[in-house]
Write a protein that binds this ligand. Structure first.
Ligand SMILES: *Cc1c(COP(=O)(O)O)cnc(C)c1O
Length: 390
């Protein structure tokens, strides 16, 4: 143990990618020349076309962040009553429902990829249910075909929080093509970013104008306000960053794949460390996160202790997603019928490890070695304690 040194500089769970500064400054010159900073300027328009190409659909709408995109998406689609969703997500998924006065109905996740368990979804449908809001958590694709079948049979809308799923493909199609609507987040901490930003992709092209109104105060013309909208527009600087990072995103994904492979090789078979299984062959993954589960008994220490101990080595992991959304004080009054057996277990064990494009591969190996050493040190300590007691 003594041979593994702590990191001199802190290693965080994420480090945003930045394009070369000169490249960004060139782009800023264009914005300065245009003297047009927001309100659907030329850079936002161009960025929209680039994303249309990338996602292979014209049915997209850009926003200043993912939370407002989802909130407006739900409003524009007229979702109301109850929506079946997951508690194992970032809190914004549920907030978007709340801001639309929709009741969240939390159901359990499945144990491999932590996405909504379709079997539990079907059991939670009531006469008030209008939609399913599932999350491609960590970029793991939900069981899209089974969910689509449930939605169709019960006449429900199927909406995805795809905040983690930029670049994920299922078969020959972008994940944006599944369900009635998907929200992507371009927040700085995500795999792909535009400083901050968000996007909706949707099937019904008629929704485009509704979303455009809602994100711009409801203005249909200078003298006409057709609905009580809000302000959720993307600005030119965001679009510039988004456009530049888009040019690098394939490289970013490739690089993270390398990092993931090293984590998986090194941590595979370590007692008490569980890695997600391989994704179905038809899914092209984006390596957005590196989640592991820690089994306290087998590993020798709890997830919480590992999280703390790693800090002493200057490694900052995150307990995503703990607590479950339904356990935050602001949602504790929501009645939850599902026992959430899997979600509770996973929330108590999950830890996401550092992953970003320029994380040196040797650092990844060192992080693994530290995790392994911490576990075996604890085993030794408990072993000698047992010997001493005997
Ligand atoms: C980041 C995130 C959001 C919110 O996106 P913002 O762009 O930060 O507003 C919503 N849902 C999930 C699952 C997220 O991770």
């Amino acid at each position: 143990m003594s041979t593994i040194e702590r990191f001199e500089e802190p290693v965080y769970v994420i480090r945003p990618f930045l394009p070369p500064l000169e490249e960004f400054c060139e782009g800023l010159k264009e914005i300065w020349d245009n003297h047009w900073l927001t309100n659907n300027g030329p850079v936002v328009q161009r960025f929209g076309r680039e994303l249309s190409n990338y996602f292979e659909t014209d049915n997209i709408c850009l926003f200043t962040n993912g939370t407002l995109a989802l909130q407006i998406g739900l409003q524009g689609m007229g979702i109301s009553g109850e929506v079946i969703t997951t508690p194992f997500t970032f809190v914004a998924t549920t907030h978007a429902l709340f801001w639309n006065k929709i009741r969240p109905v939390f159901v359990d996740i499945e144990p491999d990829f932590y996405t909504l368990d379709p079997e539990k979804v079907e059991a939670a449908i009531t006469p008030w249910t209008t939609a399913i809001l599932a999350v491609h958590v960590f970029g793991h694709a939900c069981k899209v075909n089974i969910l689509a079948d449930i939605a169709r049979r019960h006449n429900l809308k199927l909406i995805y929080d795809a905040a983690h799923a930029f670049g994920v493909r299922i078969g020959s199609r972008s994940i944006a093509h599944f369900g009635d609507m998907s929200m992507f987040s371009f927040h700085a901490t995500k795999l792909y970013h535009s400083l901050e930003g968000g996007m909706l992709a949707f099937q019904d092209s008629g929704l485009k104008s509704v979303f455009d109104y809602l994100k711009n105060f409801g203005f249909a013309s200078e003298v006409e306000v057709v609905m009580p909208g809000t302000n959720a527009k993307m600005n030119e600087t965001q679009a510039l960053m988004g456009s530049m990072v888009l040019g690098y995103v394939d490289k970013l994904i490739e690089r993270r794949q390398r990092v993931t492979e090293i984590y998986r090789e090194r941590l595979d078979g370590v007692p008490g460390i569980k890695l997600p299984p391989a994704l179905p062959a038809e899914v092209r993954y984006n390596y957005a996160y590196m989640p592991i589960e820690v089994d306290e008994k087998q590993f020798g220490m709890s997830r919480n202790r590992l999280h703390e101990e790693l800090k002493t080595y200057n490694i900052y992991t995150r307990r995503y997603f703990y607590p479950l959304v339904c356990d935050y004080s602001c949602y504790r009054s929501v009645s939850v019928k599902d026992p959430l057996t899997v979600a509770r277990k996973v929330a108590s064990r999950i830890l996401t490890l550092p992953i970003y494009y320029d994380l040196p591969l040797d650092d990844v190996r060192r992080i693994c070695d530290i995790i392994i050493a911490l576990g075996s040190k604890e085993h030794d300590r408990q072993g000698s304690k047992l010997v001493a007691e005997a």
